[in-house]
Ligand binder design. Structure first.
Ligand SMILES: [Zn+2]
Ligand SMILES: [Zn+2]
Length: 344
């Protein structure tokens, strides 16, 4: 089989590797699509401290089960599945209190072990979730980043009266907009510097007055002109720059909650006074905590369409071109998928 391997930072190749056999409790997936995520770019650039090289990257992938290991029902053969990349030990404190996504021995497919940028991938059977009937496979490959958005809204909670603000109309921010608008039906503003991304936000359910280009209009002025008194009550930082958290804390309404998704090692300067004065709650959110069934249910009920953010499908042999597209051309691209083709 062919796999996309990051051999070391800044060196990536499509390599011939032996097709893996599923171990006990595992299934083998013939991958069809795998989405390129910011964290894949970080691994390529040597900026992910958890990864060991060489690594088959990719943690957003879908395909068909073509082999099963010992103890797995043969009924699973042929199922079309989206793969949850989070693998946990089941025994540590975090696992015991229902937070396996921050397991002390966390293994993430495509980070700690080989992932989905490959014609075949072996994964624990429980990580392979059957996708809703009729859902295009390209859209299904966005279930993982959708679960990331679902997780942070689960962490913060969403109230009917909330006025939400999403920083950043990248893949996660746009998925958040869909969750807030289409699942919860709350007022939700979204910011970006790129008009094309804000156009995508409208497609994800944001109203005409809910999109804000902060390159042209400062955030506080924009919210005031749209009748928001006292600041947003629910804020998500999907830009993940240290300065955004500082601003979020400053403009948040009293008793607001802030969802944090970033992985920056650079500190944010946050005065305790701002937090305590307004009794703000900061909710960090990593990957997803068993949210695939929730997202699949939302899709099956027609509430959300993860396919909205897919802009490109690129043959995996041109992974370098696909990375360049995802990284350097935000006006043209949003979610770029690698296409691993059909079986045979
Ligand atoms: Zn991702
Ligand atoms: Zn654990």
């Amino acid at each position: 089989m062919l796999s996309v391997v990051v051999e070391q930072p800044h060196r990536m190749a499509v390599q011939e590797r032996p097709t893996p056999e599923p171990a006990a409790g595992e299934v083998r997936v013939r991958v069809r699509y795998a989405g390129i995520c910011g964290s894949d770019l970080h691994i390529y650039h040597g900026k992910n401290p958890f990864v060991a090289y060489p690594r088959v990257i990719g943690h957003e992938f879908v395909g068909r089960i073509d082999a099963v290991g010992a103890g797995v029902s043969a009924a699973r053969l042929g199922q079309t599945v989206a793969v949850d990349p989070v693998i946990s030990c089941g025994h540590c404190w975090a696992c015991r209190v229902g937070r396996p996504n921050v397991c002390a021995r966390l293994q993430v497919l495509g980070v700690h072990r080989d992932g989905g940028f490959s014609e075949y991938a072996v994964v624990p059977e429980g990580n392979a979730h059957v996708i809703p009937e009729g859902l295009p496979l390209s859209a299904a490959s966005v279930i993982e980043p959708f679960a990331v958005a679902a997780n942070v809204t689960h962490r913060t909670g969403v109230l009917q009266e909330d006025v939400a603000l999403v920083y950043g109309a990248g893949p996660i921010g746009l998925n958040l907009v869909q969750v807030l608008k289409k699942v919860y039906g709350v007022r939700a503003f979204v910011t970006d510097h790129v008009d094309e991304r804000l156009a995508l936000a409208r497609g994800c359910g944001a109203g005409e007055d809910e999109v804000i280009n902060t390159a042209r209009e400062p955030i506080e002025q924009a919210l005031r002109s749209r009748g928001v008194e006292g600041g947003p009550t629910l804020i998500y930082d999907a830009v993940c720059h240290p300065a955004i958290l500082e601003e979020a804390v400053r403009i948040a309404a009293p008793a607001a909650r802030i969802g944090i998704l970033g992985f920056s090692a650079v500190p944010s300067a946050i005065p305790q006074q701002e937090l305590t004065k307004k009794e703000l709650s900061l909710h960090a959110s990593r990957l997803n905590c068993a949210m695939f069934p929730t997202v699949i249910d939302w899709i099956a009920r027609g509430l959300v369409d993860p396919g909205h953010i897919v802009t490109h499908e690129v043959d995996f042999r041109d992974v370098a071109g696909a990375f360049a597209l995802a990284q350097e051309r935000p006006t043209q691209s949003c979610k770029v998928l690698l296409d691993f083709g059909a079986e045979g």
